[in-house]
Design a protein around this ligand. Sequence first.
Ligand code: C2E
Ligand code: MG
Ligand code: MG
Ligand code: MG
Length: 292
Amino acid sequence: YRSKEAGKGTYTIFDSSMIEDHKRKLMIANSINSAISNNEYRVHYQPKVNQNGEIVGFETLLRWAHPILGMVSPAEFIPIAEQGGKIPAITSWVLEQACRDLDKIKAIFPQRFRVSVNLSAFDLRNPALFDFITNTFDRHNVDPRFFELEVTESAYLESFAASDKFFRRVSNMGCAISLDDFGTGYSSLGYLTQISIDTLKIDRQFIRELDTSERSRMVTGTIIDLAKRLNLTICAEGIEQEGQIAYLASQGCDHMQGFYFSRPLPLEELANLPRRFEIPGQNESPQLNISY
Ligand code: C2E
Ligand code: MG
Ligand code: MG
Ligand code: MG
């Protein structure tokens, strides 16, 4: 292939993997439209637990069984949906599904919990988002206090004034807001004094490095401390090992989420979750030193 821009006598080599990547992207972009009508999406729910091992929430995570490509990760198709302007249909489908499932989840878990839905930057640019969310809650007759919206720092800050107004309204009706993947953006911390959120979710990257990096432990401890000083709830995501829990508990982390507790599960499997997770070091019988 002779590249025009590169000038005479130069060649740009496309290896077959680039062509394959491009084909795959196109295929994903083209089939996003029909995924809903072909019933290819599923919502999975991943539990979040508190320091006592009780379930306090479930994050909705979208799953797509593509007819040709098999399971496609949202990490791959959400950015493609963003580029193609396909996010509103996806967000609406996930929120609808979560509203439809809420009563079934309540029947299994009698405690207060929140179901969180991930919003993308594209959603926050949509001026009709608030009305759309309230309409959905109203139509399903669900209490917004059972819901939470997760948004990344960069999405929030991209359109700060509009986002902030939106989240204040959302908050006023009782729906919570969490800042997802916290600590991975490049923004200054100044905005934290103005933002209206309830929870900071520490990114998995820090949790992954807890056992190996003293610096990651210090940063994680500092983020937890920061959240507490700001009176925010702090949630750690991506917990896979017992040792990570011990450190997070020692720092007073409120909520935890990760494969250690459970992978994201389809609704039908939520009933198999333990009513209370064992938190290493917390559920042991107290060391009583009784002498007669
Ligand atoms: P996220 O919102 O930060 O979600 C957490 C991701 O970490 C999920 O990946 C989850 O399955 C994964 N995870 C949870 N625990 C562990 C763990 O212990 N170890 C490891 N290695 N991973 C863990 P998933 O489901 O592939 O989603 C990736 C991203 O795609 C999400 O990141 C979110 O940004 C986006 N996403 C997923 N569902 C939706 C959706 O319905 N709407 C939008 N807009 N974005 C979504
Ligand atoms: Mg999330
Ligand atoms: Mg996250
Ligand atoms: Mg993430």
